[in-house]
Ligand binder design. Structure first.
Ligand code: SF4
Length: 287
């Protein structure tokens, strides 16, 4: 059996950086507080919590004098303002690529464009982007785009982790609605790379395993892209979810993981797949 691990499976550099900052701040200050989970992965959240990086639901719940960490996917302006007003010790782990999206929408709005954001309603990154300008409109699906009235000028960006196909379909609809349309492709390069790699694995491998929490939109999108091309694609949160029947009479397994899946979980899953193959008397090689 050949096991092919996607080259960039797992943490993107923005999430890796934020997790490292969380551990370091917890070490330096005894503990650090975050509004919501730093990554959508239960195991990482548990490890971080043990190290002193704790989740709170609002700024008021951060104990006096303790640092608050703003996560990789950005924080809405009103929360920044409130934290500054409260004179809090803010540790900013916003990914530079998310900051670039904030700059792009501000520039578009200043140039007189109505802002459309292609992204998930209620997602923190999207809320952070929308908070940079007045009256941003969030569009999640081509159907939502179809319901829009005609607009003279619109500037469009996307959430960093959107799929290229969803963005393309929405842009196609917007071309029929907007006279002066400016689109800036803000899907980040780690997301694009991961999507290309999973598509490739799904087309060339007998089965595909996508490792990631079911609460991670990014992992679910990878699983969707794989399953559309290869019905024998399975999302697992860790080695315990693997079913040995999936691996009977197959020659190649492709493995990828969402941007919030830690290396340790990827290694564990890979090792267990190797073990299953050996139990089925198969030689194992890596590609
Ligand atoms: S998914 Fe992209 S934009 Fe988001 S944190 Fe990772 S690198 Fe940054």
């Amino acid at each position: 059996m050949k096991i092919i691990l996607a080259q960039d499976a797992g943490y993107c550099f923005g999430v890796r950086n934020a997790v490292e900052i969380a551990y370091k701040t917890a070490r330096d200050h005894g503990d650090v507080y975050m509004l919501g989970h730093i990554v959508h992965n239960e195991q990482v959240v548990e490890d971080l919590s043990r190290a002193g990086a704790k989740v709170v639901k609002d700024l008021q719940s951060v104990p006096e004098g303790k640092p608050v960490l703003f996560r990789a996917h950005g924080t809405a302006n009103p929360i920044w303002e409130k934290a500054r007003e409260m004179n809090m010790d803010i540790v900013d782990a916003t990914c530079p690529l998310v900051r670039d999206i904030h700059e792009e929408v501000k520039n578009l709005a200043e140039a007189g464009y109505r802002i459309f954001i292609i992204g998930d309603h209620g997602h923190d990154e999207v809320a952070g982007i929308a908070s940079q300008v007045e009256n941003a409109k969030i569009i999640a699906t081509p159907d939502e785009a179809r319901k829009l009235s005609k607009v003279k000028r619109a500037g469009v960006v996307s959430q960093s982790t959107q799929t290229i196909s969803n963005v393309q379909e929405i842009i196609n609809v917007l071309m029929t609605k907007v006279h002066d349309l400016r689109f800036i492709n803000t899907i980040c390069f780690p997301t694009k790379r991961n999507q290309e790699q999973i598509i490739n694995l799904a087309k060339t491998c007998d089965i595909v395993i996508i490792i990631g929490s079911f609460t991670s939109a990014n992992s679910k999108r990878l699983a969707q892209l794989a399953v559309q091309r290869n019905p024998r694609s399975y999302q697992v949160t860790g080695a315990k979810d693997l079913d040995r029947n999936w691996f009977i009479n197959i020659n190649t397994v492709g493995i990828s993981a969402g941007a919030s899946t830690p290396d340790s979980v990827i290694e564990e899953v890979t090792q267990i797949i190797e073990k299953i193959a050996k139990q089925q008397n198969q030689d194992v090689s890596y590609g």
